[in-house]
Design a binder for this molecule. Structure first.
Ligand code: C5P
Length: 248
């Protein structure tokens, strides 16, 4: 049942399932805020590296997470610009090395607890699309709609390869598949908030689907949940967009 406080749609899944792009597009389409929770873990890993805090020093990482001086500056069409201690780290945090480091620090329970309220603070009117691994299970368990995206490892590695190539980051496909497997294993096996679908999540296998098709599917799921009476503004918006897509 959808409540009348800020709306939340969570989009969880492993890296390379397209969830970042899907979530950002979805947020733009709905005119909602966007939380890229993976970026927070990446920024923390970068801050640890900068301040020479070891990735297994849980206490020091907890303190660092609590005092993290980070800003997410929303952009009109692209993902947020990310500022760490006054420095633009938007692209620096996107390397595979930082992704892997994020997954190491993210396995520490005290770190996850320290970042919880910071993530919840992104909840705002009229709504939030939250992208991550534990958005539906831990951070926003009361979200109206929980999506869990999947894709085969080969497809995910290929997508990631193309994405990094576009950003001018050079990697080999073989290395990517290996790193994805390593990261998946760590994310799925960690004791706290492991990567898994919430019990009430809608799972979408994205192999062979375009980003737009996945966004449409989620909008339809949301439309199904949001009663027209409860949310005329949002559902009207979705109706118009769905009609436009059918007409295309
Ligand atoms: O989504 P992204 O690839 O940027 O996330 C980087 C890493 O941060 C993930 O592999 C995962 O280990 C960690 N993470 C997490 N919980 C989240 C989001 C990301 O543990 N909600």
């Amino acid at each position: 049942m959808i409540s009348d406080k800020e709306h939340v749609i969570t989009v969880d899944g492993a890296s390379g399932t397209g969830k970042g792009t899907v979530s950002l597009l979805l947020a733009k389409r709905l005119g909602w805020k966007f939380l890229d929770s993976g970026a927070l873990y990446r920024v923390l890993a970068l801050a640890a590296q900068k301040h020479q805090v070891a990735f297994d020093n849980e206490k020091a990482l907890e303190v660092l997470a609590e005092h993290l001086d980070v800003q997410f500056l929303a952009q009109e069409t692209s993902a947020s610009q990310i500022i760490l201690e006054g420095e633009d780290v938007t692209t620096t945090i996107r390397t595979e090395k930082m992704g892997n480091a994020a997954s190491i620090v993210g396995a520490l329970p005290a770190v996850r607890a320290a970042l919880l309220s910071r993530q919840r603070a992104f909840r705002d009117t009229p709504g939030l699309v939250a992208d991550g691994r534990d958005m539906g299970t831990v951070v926003f368990p009361d979200a109206e709609l929980k999506i869990f995206l999947t894709a085969t490892p080969e497809e995910r590695a290929l997508r990631r390869f193309n994405q990094l190539k576009q950003q001018g980051i050079s990697v080999t496909l073989g290395d990517l598949i290996m790193e994805l497997r390593e990261r998946d294993k760590r994310d799925q096996e960690r004791a706290v908030a492991p990567l898994k679908p919430a019990e009430d999540a809608v799972c979408i296998a994205t192999d062979g689907l375009t980003i737009d098709q996945v966004v449409e599917r989620i909008l339809l799921e949301y439309k199904g949940k949001a009663g027209k009476k409860a949310f005329p503004a949002t559902t009207d918006l979705i109706n118009k967009q769905s009609e436009a897509v059918v007409a295309e």
